[in-house]
Structures are given as structure tokens and as C-alpha cells.
Design a protein around this ligand. Structure first.
Ligand SMILES: Cc1ncc(COP(=O)(O)O)c(C=O)c1O
Length: 425
């Protein structure tokens, strides 16, 4: 059936705007009203197709090594998995409280004190979420009025633009630029207007691997205080730092009372499929986020919450070996990419690295990534999907950047590097 003849379909909204890109965004050249999702509301039309779905399908079809999507190819610590199994057997299988089970909230409180010296109340200042993704969506839905502006850094994690759009808000981006992914402080000041409601930060940062430094965080904090902005900070990679250290935005002067911090067990413990995340912040911000969250999932994952509480209680004993192993894999993979002649932006944190394939005579990372599986059996993603989509015909920011995920076993990374040798001619 032609999309236009489907029952109940609204007429196209007339030029649905590409407000974002990403793991859930329209590709350049896509017509957002072309019938791929004829019932989808206009505010979500720009977020239909994902490069990740396309590239993962290509990986399967070609038997390629998938360094596109960011999930580990090994599970996290066995004792955490065993704690989940035991919790299921012990009958911890019904709805948890809306804020999360008490032992996980207490473990989060202990974690915040141990790592950052922050004191948090487990009853009013902690909220367990269905991954950080739900925390982001719930926070934006809770805190933004339609038309409010949200300042965020691009490139950005894919769900941000979609969540901003679902909240009826408007993204305003400040661009991080290679090689060090710094930003122009004037760009940040200019991005804030009378409509700005909040600043959405991500550190350590996907897709660049940047870990925001004390000076940068100080600047962001001063701006938030001066302009009376709220901050939502996505710190899911807080422990995956290889150079320097992670500094929470909430710890900067003036920020404790205006910052909602999000994190997740998925990255810290390599259980991305469990989707156990949390939000920590002042009681009024947590209460607002909880009000939105209760109508998204209400709550979930009771036995997994029990297991994550055990993981957090073990702390460095379980986290440090993973970080050491990821640091080794970062170096193995980045050294290998450099040996192929690629400019490598070695990440200080996360498990992603960006390269500039213009050095290979390939100015278009989209075309490069689409051809890579057939050329050598490896999948990566073009980093341009992590930027706001440019006006029709304009070149995207980051057009020649490619993102690779190195959270795979060393032998898989070595095999990928072997296959990529064809690129070196
Ligand atoms: C920056 C960032 N935030 C949030 C998430 C999602 O976290 P979760 O799986 O806990 O929803 C990811 C996953 O890749 C991410 O990279």
C-alpha cells in the first residue's frame, strides 16, 4: 500500500527538520516523509533509520568484524552474573520500588562517596533507571517546556537529539574539534540564550573519547551558575578513563544544587544488555525526573538491580581490571591504526577511537564505511552521524571521521587490523 493511502495517516508535516543524527537518525539524502514510517509523528521523523542497524546488517551479511556498535564481546565479572542468578532463584522477581531497590540505592550512595566524596541521600537523591538512556529521556521530558533550548556538545550520543525532540525542546550545539576535541568558549557563551533551560554534557565523551578537563568544566560550571541553567551530565563512562581522571560536573563550584548526574552499570561492568542505570542529584531534580520516569517504565530489572548493587559494593576490585584491560586494547588498536597510516585521535576515555580517513584519500566517511565490509570484512561507523545534520547539500561536520569500537577481545582487534592492512595499499 502506498504510504499516502494508509488509513489514518496524517499528511506529511511539510519539511520535517533534521534536528539530529545518529544511532537513530536520518541519513543525508533520506526523505523523512517518504513513507518509511508513515505514522510517525513529525518530531520523530528525523530519527527513523540508524546507521547502526545498517552497518550491523552489513556485518552479518558479509561475515565482517563489527567494530561499529559499542558493546563488549565478553561478559562482565562472573560474580555479578551469579548474583543475578541467585536473586532470580531467591524470588527477587517482582516490581521493584519506583526509585530502585534500597540496596542498589545504598550502593550508589557509597559509590559516590568512595569515588568523589559526594554525600547523597538514598531516599530522595537517587533514582534507578532503565539504563542511562531512560534517565536522559526522563530528565529532558521532566525539565523542559516545549520551545526550551538545550545546549549540548556535538558530536553527541545518538539519543540526545531524539530525547530533546520528544520533549519538544530545541538543541543548540557547540562543536568539539579535533585533534583534542576542544571547544571555543565563545561558542558556548553564544549558544546560551534567554530560552536555554539546561546544558547537557557527556564526559567521558562518546564518540570522541574526550575526558573534559578541570578548566573546561570550570568554564561550563561558571556559565551554568551565571545564567542560572540546570545541567544534566551523562557520565556512563566515568570509570573507563586511561589518561588523566574523570571529574564529575556536579563537583564543580555551584553545581551540586543544579546538576543531575546519570550513569549506568552497562559500561562499568560490561553488562550493556541489563540496562540498569541511575540518576543522582538534588532532591527536586530527582523528584522531577522520577515523575517522568514512572510513566516510561515505572521500574524494572529487580534481580539485575540486586546484582549491580553487589558489583558496585565490590568497587575497584571488579572495575580496575576491566579498565586496565581496555587501556591495553586501546593501545593495541590505536597503534595498529597508526601503523596503517591513519591519523588517530587517541581517546583518553570510553571505548571508541576516531580516525580521519581523508588521509587515505577518502573524504567521505559514509562511503568509506559502506564499502569497508566488502573490501576487507570490517565494520565501523561514520562519525558524521553524531552531528546535527547540515542543511541540504552542505558538508557535515566530521565528514571524514570514522569511529571504531575497541571493546572487543584482543584477538578480534588483531584480526581486524590484519584485514584493514589492505587500506595501506
Ligand atoms: C554517552 C552514552 N550515554 C548513554 C548510553 C546508553 O547507556 P545505557 O545502555 O545505560 O542506556 C551510551 C551507550 O552507548 C552512551 O554511549
Amino acid at each position: 500500500m502506498e504510504p499516502s493511502t494508509l488509513p489514518g495517516r496524517r499528511p506529511p508535516a511539510g519539511g520535517a527538520r533534521h534536528v539530529g543524527s545518529i544511532e537513530a537518525v536520518a541519513h543525508p539524502g533520506d526523505d523523512p516523509t517518504a513513507g518509511r514510517a508513515p505514522y510517525l509523528s513529525s518530531r520523530l521523523q528525523p530519527f527513523t533509520t540508524t546507521i547502526f542497524a545498517e552497518m550491523s546488517a552489513l556485518a552479518v551479511a558479509t561475515g565482517s568484524i563489527n567494530l561499529g556498535q559499542g558493546f563488549p564481546d565478553t561478559d562482565g565479572p562472573a560474580e555479578i552474573a551469579e548474583a543475578a542468578v541467585a536473586a532470580i532463584r531467591d524470588g527477587r522477581n517482582q516490581y521493584p520500588p519506583g526509585s530502585g531497590i534500597p540496596e542498589l540505592r545504598q550502593a550508589i550512595v557509597d559509590h559516590q562517596r568512595w569515588y568523589y566524596g559526594h554525600d547523597v541521600d538514598p531516599d530522595t537523591e537517587v533514582l534507578v533507571t532503565a539504563g542511562a538512556t531512560e534517565g536522559i529521556a526522563a530528565a529532558l521530558l521532566a525539565l523542559c517546556e516545549p520551545g526550551d533550548e538545550v545546549v549540548m556538545f556535538e558530536p553527541f550520543y545518538d539519543s540526545y537529539a531524539a530525547a530533546v525532540s520528544m520533549a519538544g525542546a530545541v538543541p543548540k550545539v557547540v562543536t568539539l574539534r579535533a585533534p583534542d576535541w576542544s571547544f571555543d568558549p565563545d561558542d558556548l557563551v553564544t549558544a546560551v540564550t534567554d530560552r536555554t533551560r539546561l546544558l547537557l554534557l557527556n564526559t567521558p565523551h562518546n564518540p570522541t573519547g574526550k575526558v573534559f578537563g578541570a578548566d573546561e568544566l570550570g568554564l561550563i560550571a561558571r556559565l551554568c551558575v551565571d545564567r542560572d541553567l540546570l545541567a544534566v551530565t551523562d557520565e556512563v563512562y566515568e570509570h573507563l578513563v586511561y589518561d588523566g581522571c574523570h571529574l564529575p560536573l556536579a563537583g564543580r563550584p555551584g553545581m551540586a544544587t543544579r546538576t543531575l548526574t546519570l550513569s549506568s552499570a552497562g559500561k562499568t561492568f560490561s553488562f550493556t544488555g541489563w540496562k540498569i542505570g541511575w540518576a543522582v542529584g538534588p532532591a527536586p531534580l530527582v523528584a522531577a525526573t522520577r515523575a517522568a520516569k514512572q510513566f516510561l517504565t515505572f521500574a524494572g530489572g529487580t534481580p539485575l538491580q540486586v546484582a549491580v548493587a553487589a558489583g558496585l559494593a565490590a568497587g575497584p576490585r571488579l572495575i580496575d581490571p576491566l579498565v586496565a584491560s581496555l587501556r591495553e586494547r586501546r593501545d593495541l588498536f590505536c597503534d595498529g591504526l597508526e601503523a596503517l597510516g591513519l591519523p588517530v585521535y587517541r581517546p583518553a576515555g570510553t571505548y571508541f577511537v576516531n580516525t580521519d580517513v581523508a588521509a587515505l584519500g577518502e573524504p567521505d566517511a559514509f562511503a568509506f564505511c559502506r564499502s569497508l565490509p566488502a573490501r576487507c570484512g570490517v565494520v565501523a561507523v561514520p562519525s558524521s552521524v553524531f552531528y546535527l545534520q547540515p542543511a541540504e547539500g552542505a558538508l557535515s561536520e566530521g565528514a571524514s571521521l570514522v569511529r571504531w569500537a575497541f571493546c572487543k577481545r584482543p584477538e578480534v582487534l588483531e584480526e581486524a587490523l590484519l584485514r584493514l592492512k589492505v587500506l595501506a595499499g
